[in-house]
Design a protein around this ligand. Structure first.
Ligand SMILES: Nc1nc2c(ncn2[C@@H]2O[C@H](COP(=O)(O)OP(=O)(O)OP(=O)(O)O)[C@@H](O)[C@H]2O)c(=O)[nH]1
Ligand SMILES: [Mg+2]
Length: 335
């Protein structure tokens, strides 16, 4: 279970779940819509293919494995991932360890969970020992940064945390206003300046102005930019440096937002941004709008950066903590 824990050292993370200090952002009423619904498009296209492949087959032979490889690639799991999955299935089949297609399906799920867990998705984030948790959010244009910030702020607020949002997207005219609307809607403070201001100076001033007041979480929205725009990527480095100057250790989390409908280009986005600012986690949005949700597995395997949240819709509650097992159950339609 992924959640934020306040002022907790690693060794006492095994504290009881109802501990006062623990902060689990996945409260029951966040789950108004089952994850199954959000992944419906991926599940129906992926599972329908897998099921029809397995239909009437009694054993796992080479033909079946080859067809399966194609299905995995079509669902955007990536060629490398598909080949690796199939390689281990083949060697199990050769050792007679795969009795039937049902056993193959089970192995497939376990392997996918392994990839997702190896990326660190299960690791819990921690609040800093003192001062607010500062989260910097970045990504290419229109991927869902501002919307995800609104949803995330709402999660924190519902968990009893005082949140401040900083509008450091001074590039797009209506950006600060958009964040302001979210702030009003969920009842959290938004710090903004005029459009065109230097984003680093907005952040510098914002961190100054909130430092005297007690806030638990500060989330900084940045302007959308292509991962290939060298100057704009440099600007992100500067933003990061400014935060560290104002609050030692900040930003504690650097979340890259990726649109799941982007396909394989998502990998190069994450790679270049990561080289620039050391991404600590990913937010994968718009999974409800794609039948290629396999990209989640591909990203986890290729990048080894934990997926923290997934966006499965435009509503306030449609940002979900990412949990590998729950995701795979929803993908395979396990009840
Ligand atoms: N279906 C769906 N739509 C989403 C999701 N997340 C965001 N959106 C939509 O994506 C669009 C863009 O969202 P924004 O939050 O403005 O994206 P942004 O990355 O801040 O955009 P820029 O600041 O212009 O770079 C909006 O219409 C959102 O409602 C999601 O998980 N599912
Ligand atoms: Mg935005």
């Amino acid at each position: 279970m992924f959640g934020w824990f306040k002022n907790k050292k690693k060794e006492d993370q095994a504290a009881p779940e109802d501990s006062e200090a623990s902060l689990d952002l996945e409260s029951d009423d966040n789950d108004s819509k089952p994850l199954l619904d959000g992944l419906a498009r991926t599940r129906s296209s992926f599972m329908e293919r897998v099921e029809s492949l397995f239909l009437g087959r009694k054993e796992v032979d080479n033909d079946l494995l080859e067809d399966l490889e194609e299905v995995l690639i079509t669902a955007d799991l990536g060629v490398g991932t598909a080949q690796e999955l199939l390689e281990s299935a083949r060697s199990m089949a050769a050792r007679n360890e795969l009795a039937d297609p049902a056993a193959l399906k089970k192995i497939l799920q376990e392997k996918i969970i392994e990839y997702l867990e190896a990326s660190g998705a299960e690791q819990e984030l921690r609040m800093p020992d003192s001062g607010p948790l500062v989260i910097m959010v970045l990504g290419v244009n229109g991927v869902g940064k501002t919307t995800s910030i609104g949803k995330l702020a709402n999660k924190f607020r519902k968990a009893g945390r005082k949140v401040v949002l900083v509008a450091a997207d001074t590039f797009r005219a209506a950006a600060a206003e958009q964040l302001g609307i979210w702030g009003e809607r969920i009842g959290v403070e938004v710090v903004a300046r005029e459009a065109g201001a230097d984003p680093s100076s907005v952040i510098y001033d914002a961190l100054d102005s909130v430092s005297g007041r007690q806030s638990d979480v500060i989330i900084v929205d940045t302007a959308g930019r292509m991962h290939t725009q060298v100057n704009l990527v440099e600007e992100l480095k500067k933003i990061k440096r400014v935060m560290a100057k104002k609050i030692p250790g900040a930003p504690h989390e650097i979340l890259l937002v990726i649109d799941a409908t982007t396909g394989q280009n998502a990998i190069s986005q994450a790679r270049l941004f990561n080289e620039a600012v050391d991404i600590t986690g990913l937010v994968l949005t718009k999974l409800d709008g794609t039948s290629k949700g396999g990209i989640v597995v591909n990203i986890a395997r290729e990048l080894k950066i934990p997926i923290r949240f997934i966006g499965v819709g435009e509503q306030l509650d449609d940002l979900r903590d990412f949990e590998p097992r729950e995701f795979v159950d929803a993908l395979f339609g396990n009840s």
